[in-house]
Design a protein around this ligand. Structure first.
Ligand SMILES: [Zn+2]
Ligand SMILES: [Zn+2]
Length: 336
């Protein structure tokens, strides 16, 4: 089989020929059909995860079919359509694992970071961490749900999202565009904040009712003019400045959810926090329950993420495009 491998921090992606692995007890072998290209994959290439294990096959937005099962894998069978997220495995018995919060388990293993991921034709997975894909989702459109969709959905859930909420989405990359689709599917309203004026059409086509140009408008004033401010702000790009500019644009009791990690600190005024009872939270990907709910929501609403399919052989090129931030939608590697 073909596998795209990163041998060390800052190394180029290399395509290798490998033997497909065999699933051990409790494992399944997935024939990968599609794997999304996440910003996390670029961070992995740039050596920004101290806990990463090199050489490693990146990729944690996996959609495919069970090829082979090991012993004791419960209800999974060859031919089942499945997905695998960044949550490769967890301890299974700590407080977080026992409360549907295994994404915070201290023993968590990350697909495509500490374990080989989906930039290859076959990937091993722990049966207990694989999700069934609803019939209505095709592989290429399901892939971006496995991290971008899941991360947004879980962030909204932890921010206490309710239908009719006004949600401001900072940035219109992979996470941002999934944010618009998911919020609209759940009955929320959306404003997009972006530094690129040319993204306005795309934002409105996806369902945003407002577009705020961060280069020419004050983010907080524009948000407050939106019937008193945003109930939730989803901060997706790894840049602190727009987060700090937008924070005072939260409505009373509003919550900003930090999804992209800036290099520097995020400073907010204590008075903005206290006097409006506003909250600033961060949120990682999501649990298995979050993932099931994300997939069902997408299937029920016939959601179509904007995907740009690319062959596995172009994995290096895909990460380069991610670095140059020139992508409209989500790059998805498809296997031949
Ligand atoms: Zn645990
Ligand atoms: Zn990701």
């Amino acid at each position: 089989m073909k596998a795209a491998v990163i041998n060390a921090p800052n190394a180029e992606v290399r395509i290798e020929e490998r033997d497909p692995p065999s699933p051990a007890r409790g494992e399944v072998l997935i024939r990968v059909h599609a794997c999304g290209v996440c910003h996390g994959d670029l961070m992995l290439q740039l050596g920004q995860f101290p806990f990463a294990r090199y050489p490693v096959v990146p990729g944690h937005e996996i959609a495919g079919v069970i090829e082979e099962v090991g012993e004791d894998v419960g209800k999974l069978h060859p031919g089942d359509r499945v997905g695998l997220s960044a949550l490769f495995s967890s301890c299974g018995c700590c407080k977080q694992c026992l409360h549907d919060d295994e994404i915070l388990c201290s023993q968590m293993q990350f697909t495509g970071i500490t374990q080989d991921g989906g930039y290859q034709q076959f990937v091993l997975a722990r049966a207990a961490y694989v999700a069934h894909l609803p019939d209505r989702l095709d592989f290429v459109e399901a892939a971006p749900l496995m991290c971008a969709g899941l991360t947004v959905f879980s962030g909204l859930r932890h921010a206490g999202f309710e239908p009719r909420n006004k949600v401001a989405v900072i940035g219109l990359g992979g996470l941002g565009h999934m944010g618009i689709l998911l919020v609209r599917a759940m009955g929320g309203r959306v404003a997009v904040l972006s530094t690129s004026a040319d993204k306005e059409d795309e934002a409105r086509e996806l369902g945003a009712e407002r577009f705020i140009n961060l280069k020419t408008e004050s983010a907080s004033e524009a948000l407050r003019a939106w019937e008193g401010g945003a109930d939730i702000i989803l901060a997706t790009p790894p840049a602190a400045e727009p987060m700090m500019a937008a924070f005072p644009g939260l409505a009373l009791n509003g919550t900003m959810v930090v999804l992209g990690a800036p290099a520097g600190d995020i400073a907010v005024s204590p008075m903005d926090l206290i006097m409006g009872r506003r909250r600033l939270i961060g949120s990682p990907a999501g649990s298995r329950k979050d993932l099931r709910d994300t997939l069902h929501l997408a299937a029920a609403h016939g959601m179509h993420p904007r995907v740009i399919p690319m062959p596995l052989g172009d994995a290096g090129k895909a990460l380069k495009q991610m670095h140059e931030r020139k992508i409209h939608g989500r790059l998805v590697l498809v296997m031949d």
